[in-house]
Design a protein around this ligand. Structure first.
Ligand SMILES: *[C@@H]1O[C@H](CO)[C@@H](O)[C@H](O)[C@H]1NC(C)=O
Ligand SMILES: *[C@@H]1O[C@H](CO)[C@@H](O)[C@H](O)[C@H]1NC(C)=O
Ligand SMILES: *[C@@H]1O[C@H](CO)[C@@H](O)[C@H](O)[C@H]1NC(C)=O
Length: 428
């Protein structure tokens, strides 16, 4: 050291100063493009790669997300190939076996097992997941939304196949913050039990943890359009408000609440119902909600809501008006005043993107709410194909319904890849 003359020290100092500024310039340029390869390197093992052996890996997802015709056509052709249809099926037993070694399962499926940053860590969420079949769909959904700071309640329909129940139970047992609902229902389409399933999870979530900020309910065929960080940021932007469809009841649906819908000896009997308790105005909405903890507390503690719940038990499809009605009861945290001026449509709420067949239309049509479904329809709802992704990821909704890993796994594959890449690059 003492051989180094003063001049040399100065040269060395200048040299490192130049290196330092080059490094800062490099960091700044990375900031500008919004990409930080340093972070990708940091969590390299969590990136979804072609080595993951997914049968969908032959697809070019960046081309698909940009809506390139050639890539979409290839994806469509692959989807209808018999061999492909065969390899994408995963039997329920696979999950039971694969989860025997939870650490191995979490690692091979690349679950994110630590909070990616403080902002997400400080804003835990509570999820209710109501499922009755399609275990692969469920597992891919769970993996897409899983973080250790959130909590997840899973309701498997009482009449689900035994193997479905066993597989989902096995998956949940690998995570301390994912649990099976304490009381499972036999869910009947358009009946009260659909609401009760969510209510049971809501109660378990409310009782299990006091720290979560928002409640989100999902079904097994939903999939996120945003990363956990983006979801947290969107919820913080609500500033305590809830976000769900809540609008005036259309004439055609009024019969659902003016008559009782009881089934006696297999036959529906209709009888006129009294108006709702406390003269509460009944609003129209859907089953999917994004609500704060105070809304959930009100559901269990507010006398008006308790009476509304009792009153709603013999109505038709109560899931499509109960949450929307609670959202307009004065005093409920995050609610809005029950004046029509405060109505919110499903397109303006962030809870769920559902493409109904009768609202679809050709691109540029002013009557159409959204472009035509590129997948297929089940009960007038679009089950998304790869061709729907480019439009979907532009929407503000946190989740979209429906996806089907058995029919169009490429849509899920490209979406999960896109979200994981985003989660690992958009670190704050
Ligand atoms: C995938 O598509 C993108 C966008 O068109 C293109 O730039 C890229 O070269 C393609 N990758 C492969 C492996 O074909
Ligand atoms: C069960 O899982 C283990 C690894 O966890 C694997 O080696 C084995 O082949 C699996 N067995 C079956 C029948 O899938
Ligand atoms: C929470 O748990 C307590 C004690 O088991 C119970 O009395 C209460 O009803 C539960 N609350 C909800 C909302 O389920």
């Amino acid at each position: 050291m003492r051989y180094l003359k003063r001049g040399c020290w100065l040269q060395l100092f200048k040299f490192s100063a130049v290196l330092g500024s080059l490094w800062i310039l490099f960091l700044l340029s990375q900031l500008k493009t919004g990409k930080s390869p340093a972070y990708i390197l940091k969590y390299q093992w969590l990136v979804y790669t072609d080595e993951d052996e997914s049968p969908e890996k032959v697809c070019n997802c960046s081309a698909i997300l940009q809506g390139e015709k050639e890539a979409l056509l290839q994806a469509k052709l692959l989807t209808i190939t018999k061999d492909f249809q065969k390899v994408i099926q995963i039997p329920d037993e696979y999950y039971i076996n694969a989860t025997q070694d939870c650490r191995k399962f979490q690692k091979s499926r690349k679950y994110i097992t630590f909070p990616l940053n403080k902002e997400e860590e400080d804003f835990p969420l509570a999820y209710s997941m109501v499922v009755h079949h399609k275990v692969q769909n469920f597992e891919r959904l769970l993996r897409a939304i899983y973080t250790p700071q959130n909590i997840y309640c899973v309701h498997v329909d009482k009449k689900a196949q035994a193997s479905v129940f066993a597989a989902i139970k096995a998956i949940t047992s690998c995570f301390s913050n994912v649990f099976m609902v304490s009381k499972a229902m036999n869910v009947v389409y358009a009946g009260w039990t659909r609401v009760q399933a969510d209510l049971n999870c809501m109660a378990d979530l409310y009782n299990t943890s006091t720290t979560w900020k928002y409640f989100i309910n999902l079904c097994g065929q939903d999939f996120p359009l945003k990363t956990n960080l983006e979801i947290v940021q969107a919820l913080r932007a609500l500033k305590g408000g809830n976000s769900l469809e809540s609008e005036e009841m259309p004439e055609g649906k009024k019969g659902r609440v003016s008559n009782a819908h009881q089934v006696v000896d297999g036959k529906p009997i209709g009888k006129t119902k009294d108006p709702a308790p406390f003269n509460l105005p009944i609003l129209s909405g859907n089953a999917y909600i994004v609500v704060n903890r105070g809304y959930v507390r009100s559901v269990f503690e507010d006398k008006r809501i308790q009476a509304l719940i009792e009153w709603a038990k013999d109505t038709y499809s109560p899931d499509e008006f109960l949450w929307a009605t609670i959202q307009r009861i004065p005093g409920v945290p995050g609610s809005t005043w029950p004046n029509r001026k405060f109505d919110m449509t499903d397109m303006n709420a962030i809870a769920r993107m559902v493409k109904w067949q009768w609202h679809e239309g050709s691109e540029g049509s002013l009557q159409a709410v959204y472009p035509e479904c590129k997948g297929h329809h089940v009960r007038s709802v679009c089950v998304y194909g790869a061709g729907d992704l480019q439009w979907l990821i532009e929407q503000h909704h946190l989740f979209a319904n429906k996806f089907d890993a058995d029919r169009d796994p490429i849509a899920i594959y490209c979406l999960e890849k896109y979200l994981r890449h985003k989660a690992l690059t958009d670190l704050v």
